[in-house]
Ligand binder design. Structure first.
Ligand code: FES
Length: 62
């Protein structure tokens, strides 16, 4: 099963992860790159916590 985080725009956890790997560090940047949270915005909190988690992990591995 695909791990869809943003149902409106069909954005998966993997899509958010890829955006962060490509350099996004904020919700706005991830939104620009994946379109997550641009419709109903119900996924906003989930997306923000995923970003926070992944950006932290990225920093540790730098
Ligand atoms: S679920 Fe993400 S904008 Fe609606």
């Amino acid at each position: 099963m695909k791990d869809i985080i943003c149902k409106c725009n069909n954005v998966s956890y993997h899509d958010i992860e890829s955006a962060i790997k490509e350099g996004a560090t904020t919700y706005d940047e991830v939104q620009d790159m994946t379109l997550c949270g641009t419709a109903c915005a119900n996924c906003e909190d989930t997306v923000k916590s995923i970003i926070e988690e992944l950006v932290k992990t990225n920093r540790k591995t730098e």
